[in-house]
Design a protein around this ligand. Structure first.
Ligand SMILES: [Zn+2]
Length: 238
């Protein structure tokens, strides 16, 4: 299991790379379904991809949620608990318009339809650079609030994909079953593959179908060997 990580879905041009247009998002979903790859929620099945949204921006409700409903696809949204219902303070676009974060009411509505919510910590800071105490606050408190409001919170997504053994220990102690933003070696270090405006159908397909690291590495070696023999054959034919 791994996650395809989206952030902002909007038809309006953004200067950051971490956005997709609604049309692009719909096409990407279609291409996953066309390939017969299952779109799953964490823990519901082993094999498949998770559609994940980091940061919990309002555009998810406006533009992604209708598309998810159209294709009957479930997703998980990782919320920054202190930002719920607030303006995005760290990413003011060049036009000066701030991106809003999902309100609790929108979160409840999406949850009723089957969207799952996980923690993206309290404040979206780099956990790998915090003391153990600070890490514990970020992961325990966000889970406590989400559980209290939504009944459950089994997953966490690490801000900036930054994680270390102290973080993993805290996350395990807090009771999370799944952590996204690692190298894929276990359930608390699952892979999160960012999807960007620059992705093409082809690069997206690679992200969906990419095999576990060791097979991937083997394929690369195989490719090198094939290249080597191709060159050798070419030289021999001269
Ligand atoms: Zn984030």
């Amino acid at each position: 299991m791994k996650a395809l990580q989206f952030h902002r879905i909007t038809p309006k041009f953004q200067f950051c790379g971490t956005w997709n247009t609604p049309e692009q998002f719909a096409r990407f979903l279609e291409s996953i379904l066309d390939k017969g790859v299952d779109i799953i929620l964490p823990g519901h099945k082993d094999d498949g991809v998770v559609i994940a949204f980091d940061d919990g921006e309002d555009t998810i409700y406006d533009y992604a949620f209708p598309i998810l409903k159209r294709y009957s696809v479930k997703a998980v949204v990782f919320l920054i608990v202190n930002y719920i219902g607030q303006d995005n303070l760290w990413d003011i676009s060049i036009t000066g318009k701030r991106i809003q974060h999902l309100s609790w009411n929108k979160i409840y509505e999406m949850k009723d339809w089957g969207i799952e919510f996980g923690s993206h910590t309290m404040n979206h800071r780099n956990l790998a650079r915090m003391s153990e105490q600070e890490v514990e606050y970020e992961v325990f408190e966000s889970r406590r609030i989400l559980q209290q409001e939504l009944g459950e919170c089994t997953s966490i997504s690490y801000p900036f994909n930054r994680v270390n053994p102290i973080v993993v220990r805290a996350v395990s102690k807090a009771g999370y079953e799944f952590g996204f933003g690692g190298d894929g070696r276990n359930d608390l270090l699952l892979k999160k593959e960012g999807v960007y405006i620059t992705d093409t159908p082809r690069s997206f397909e690679t992200k969906v179908l990419e095999k576990p690291d060791f097979i991937y590495r083997y394929d690369r070696i195989k490719q090198k060997v094939i290249n080597y023999f191709t060159i050798a054959t070419m030289l021999a034919k001269r």
